[in-house]
Ligand binder design. Structure first.
Ligand SMILES: [Zn+2]
Length: 372
């Protein structure tokens, strides 16, 4: 058996509209979820009171209820046939009941429904150029940013139009019942707050531009075009809002000798015929600085030397790529008489005749190896 709406609100049948409203306000405050966290019974009462008020505050529904009782709303089209109201419906009613004075101040977090809105400041975007060395190892950059911050001495007050919610709820009666629409508050533009005292150097939102140095940690392995977000280093928001983000767009600079491919790096090494024949040691560029490598006598052109872990640090933090050194033997294009005679003499020498062994893999096999 459903409880009588008048009993729920603790009023008599002859109560006036003002008395009904007053009674509901009392119950709503008494059983408000913010005051009774986790109390299921209070929530139940809170919902019942809201449902009773929904009916008794509406002349048409009240007349039907007075005549037929709960039976008036059974079946299709009736109010609360089986379920009653959900919390959002109830809170949306509050604008009517409590007016601006109560809406924002009295209750903090309206269930899932909003409460005091915290506006977020706008994002700032800056571009940062990184050398390959910085990309490979990660780097901490100090970046100068011009941010909007609240001027000193500025004060804000809660917007009375929306009660600090930043949104106004409009309820219209339609053929389908009461429809609720939310719109951005036009008085405060959605911020929920209005400027109170504003220093003369501040803009309309009470903000001034300030240059700040922001330290940004960029991990190794980033790629050109990537964006990093630094939370809270964008523009401040007015009042009790939260600052926006700083978006750091990564731009990578080409390296003179190293080419990137994923996390691997490639380096073209040129050696003379003499060096290839006699063996040598060479200093090559790596992202950690110069690295000396040894070439065995008789090294073949096209040989790829793999320096493990000397590539780019993986962005997910697991290990690093390799540095692949491609050996190119430089064939002299001009020779003097003496040199020419030497090479002519060597033409049919068995040491000069190509005789690749299995270990001298073909170019295609090497490429296959590299990507496996
Ligand atoms: Zn407002």
């Amino acid at each position: 058996m459903k409880e009588d709406y008048y009993d729920i609100l603790g009023i008599s049948k002859g109560a006036t509209a003002a008395e009904i409203k007053k009674a509901y306000r009392k119950k709503a405050v008494q059983y408000h979820p913010d005051k009774n966290p986790g109390d299921a019974k209070a929530e139940e009462m809170f919902k019942k009171a809201a449902e009773a008020y929904e009916v008794l505050s509406d002349d048409n529904k009240k007349a039907r209820y007075d005549q037929y009782g709960h039976a008036a709303f059974d079946g299709a089209g009736g109010f609360g046939g089986g379920g009653g109201m959900n919390m959002d419906d109830i809170f949306s009613q509050f604008g009517d009941i409590f007016g601006g004075a109560f809406g924002g101040g009295g209750f903090s977090g309206f269930g899932g429904g909003g409460g005091q809105r915290r506006v977020k400041g706008s994002s700032l975007k800056i571009r940062v150029s990184l050398t390959l060395e910085e990309v490979a190892n990660g780097v901490e950059k100090k970046i100068k940013v011009k941010r909007k911050v609240q001027a000193s001495g500025v004060t804000y007050k809660t917007c009375s139009t929306c009660g600090g919610r930043g949104q106004v709820t409009k309820i219209t009666n339609t053929i389908l019942g009461r429809m609720q629409t939310a719109a951005t508050c036009s008085s405060c533009g959605g911020a929920g707050q209005l400027i109170d005292k504003r220093p003369h150097d501040a803009d309309a939102q009470g903000m001034v531009v300030k240059e700040e140095t922001v330290s940004v940690k960029i991990p190794g392995g980033v790629e050109d075009g990537m964006q990093l977000k630094v939370s809270g280093k964008g523009n401040d928001a007015p009042g009790n809002g939260v600052p926006g983000d700083l978006i750091v767009a990564i731009e990578t600079l080409e390296h003179e000798t190293l080419k990137r491919e994923g996390d691997n790096l490639h380096y073209d090494l040129y050696v003379s015929i003499s060096e290839a024949v006699l063996g040598t040691s060479k200093e090559i560029d790596a992202v950690t600085g110069k690295v000396r490598i040894k070439l065995e006598p008789g090294i073949q052109s096209g040989k790829i030397l793999r320096l493990r872990g000397k590539g780019i640090n993986s962005i997910n933090g697991y290990g690093a790529g390799d540095l692949l050194v491609h050996v190119n033997v430089w064939t002299p294009k001009t020779l003097n008489k003496e040199q020419k005679e030497f090479f002519e003499k060597m033409q049919d020498n068995e040491n000069f005749i190509p005789s690749p062994e299995k270990s001298d893999k073909s170019f295609f096999e090497k490429v296959k190896d590299m990507f496996s």
